[in-house]
Ligand binder design. Structure first.
Ligand SMILES: [Zn+2]
Length: 217
């Protein structure tokens, strides 16, 4: 981000580039084999009849991950800054796993049967076999993902994690969203300025506790 124009852009100066913008992010945490009832807080498209500006949309972000340390993950800055350490590494070592990949982020209302339902962020790669594809097809076919409860099951751990999503019946009455506060997804994803990217990705910095909590498999 070089030149900022307008108040909206200038307000973004108030938050540090590499932070989550203050609010501590809660991530969906299921164990291998555990399942939960979830409801998507975000829709995939503004055209959905259940789209609501307060609940907003899920996002897909182009990110790089250090192939040797999957927690060191940040947004590709080649478009915003014209330079990107991850892209440079991908060019230098084409088969190393540094290339940018798309990742999906959404807020979920999670009911795991253990505590009161809570809002948490869920993120997923968007590969062919991913749960994201199920969702996308569902949204295209039915026009909405937030109008029903889904059963989500986690299988595997670490980089071998997959999720299975089974849609429940659509709501007969409009769901009551009062009191539900989604995280701002654009602040949840980690943006690191180019000048700090090398030390961030390669681990020369000391991650704060909020950074190391960014585990979202
Ligand atoms: Zn990049």
């Amino acid at each position: 981000m070089g030149v900022l124009k307008g108040l909206k852009a200038m307000q973004s100066l108030e938050r540090p580039a590499a932070s989550e913008g203050g609010a501590k992010v809660r991530w969906v945490k299921l164990d291998d084999g555990q399942s939960a009832k979830v409801r998507f807080v975000n829709e995939l498209d503004e055209d959905s009849p259940n789209y609501d500006a307060v609940r907003d949309l899920a996002i897909v972000v182009s990110e790089h991950t250090n192939p040797k340390d999957y927690k060191r993950k940040a947004v590709c800055t080649v478009e915003s800054e014209g330079r990107c350490f991850g892209c440079e590494m991908a060019r230098k070592e084409p088969k190393s796993g540094w290339r940018a990949r798309f990742r999906f982020y959404t807020n979920l209302l999670v009911d795991d049967g253990l505590e009161d339902p809570y809002v948490a962020v869920w993120s997923q790669g968007v590969g062919k076999q991913s749960a994201f594809n199920t969702l996308k097809e569902y949204a295209i076919e039915t026009g909405s993902i937030s109008n029903r409860v889904w059963r989500m099951k986690r299988q595997g751990s670490g980089t071998d994690t997959t999720y299975i999503l089974l849609p429940g019946d659509p709501d007969t009455d409009q769901h009551d969203w009062s009191g539900i506060e989604p995280f701002n997804l654009e602040k949840v994803v980690r943006e690191v300025a180019y000048a700090e990217q090398e030390s961030f990705y390669l681990g020369f910095d000391t991650p704060t506790s909020s950074n190391t909590a960014n585990i979202d498999w």
